[in-house]
Design a protein around this ligand. Sequence first.
Ligand code: FES
Length: 473
Amino acid sequence: MASEILVAPSQHLLTHSRFLVTLRSQEGKYRSLIIFRLSTSRDVPHDEDSELNDKNDQQLYAMEAHCPHLGADISHADIEDCDDNLILVCPWHRYDFDLRTGHSDTGMKACTYTIEVRGNENGLELRPVSEAFADPPPPPLDLSHLFLSSAEATTPAEPEEVVPAENMPTTLVQWAVLILNTADPALKVQRTRHAVNLFRTGQLKSIGHRASNVPRPPEIPPRVESYAKNTVDPTKVARRKNRAVMLHALANIEQWAIDLAWDIIARYGPEHPELPPAFFSDFTKMALDESKHFTLLTARLSALSTTTPYGSLPVHASLWDSARATFSSLRARLAIIHLVHEARGLDVNPGTIEKFRRARDSESVDVLEIIHADEVTHVTAGHRWFTWMCDRQGVNPVQTFREEVRKGWKGDIKGPFNKEAREKAGMTPEFYVDLRGGVDGERAGLPVRDPKQDEVPAKTVTPTVDIHWSSRR
Ligand code: FES
């Protein structure tokens, strides 16, 4: 790795107080760190002229993103001011680390980095840790709009609690299985937010993937019948290629994407006890992102069209079909779902955004741009863990990826490719150019299709129906 890395324009640091920075070496090795922006002044000026490096006002620190003890994600660690020392307290076992030097009273040492502000130059990707550290923090999320408002919608007689009174999960894998079995999308979102917060703040007993009595994920995540009931005639939907139909289709995909992020934790964690905590940090973040996307899209849908609330249009589930084809192998899952489907999403997202821009729908454009930026990091996570597995198995990542596609995909990996976004995520052209899946048969492999196909809904409803990730991406 270079000894000095340009991270981001300095004014970008003024939106949040914590940022996750992911670095990748030329050899494909990853390293994550957290930048902490501490302020002695409450009123930070949000303009480009502000002197971010004024030591009287702003202090920047950078520390590796995972605790050197057992690997906890330190993005949500407490920072305490003790006798002029800034102490980071790990959320898992409360070990303390000096934010400047990395030293701990336990004798361990966390890796810290010197950080300097030199002006507003462009640099690497920088991501806020979460809305919890936004400056100023956003108001609490209102999820009430997620419930169906159509006449045919039914509300469950006994709404389930976010935290079940009986058999309350105590590990991350138990939460993952509970969320996968949660049919109601609003509750799925709420439980995802709750579980990720528990995990990040050290309130969970353990990840639980090495436990002897680990629960198994469902073959197919259930769906609430009322949300799968189409109140709009499918034959009419086929002719309504409007923005509401697109947003509805995208929200449905996000609901499956939440399940996929939890499924990779629950299904493969127990099979791979060697997986480090950073793997689970990445995929809990992905689950949280996907639930945010679902919320943003359904909110936008209800603002745009009161006649097509979420659940009123036919939906598909081929993303899950594709995931099922990879049940037997984590490496195949990472390749097919995250490096084929999600990477294809990076190719088609700009076109989708452009359609909304042409319709002068700037609110939807904003939502889709947030989603696109997040998806780059999801493909990055796929690439990170795929290459991590290849490294452990002593195989070449490019050749192995191409082999996985030949074994588990039907048809060409089609362009045009968004080379820039793919490259940012680690997917250099040698991974995907001139690549074709070698699978034959009706349902064997799910080739990337023309996104227009996805706008033609099937009459069937979840979970045996069909939509493709690439419709939004
Ligand atoms: S993992 Fe941080 S103190 Fe144990």
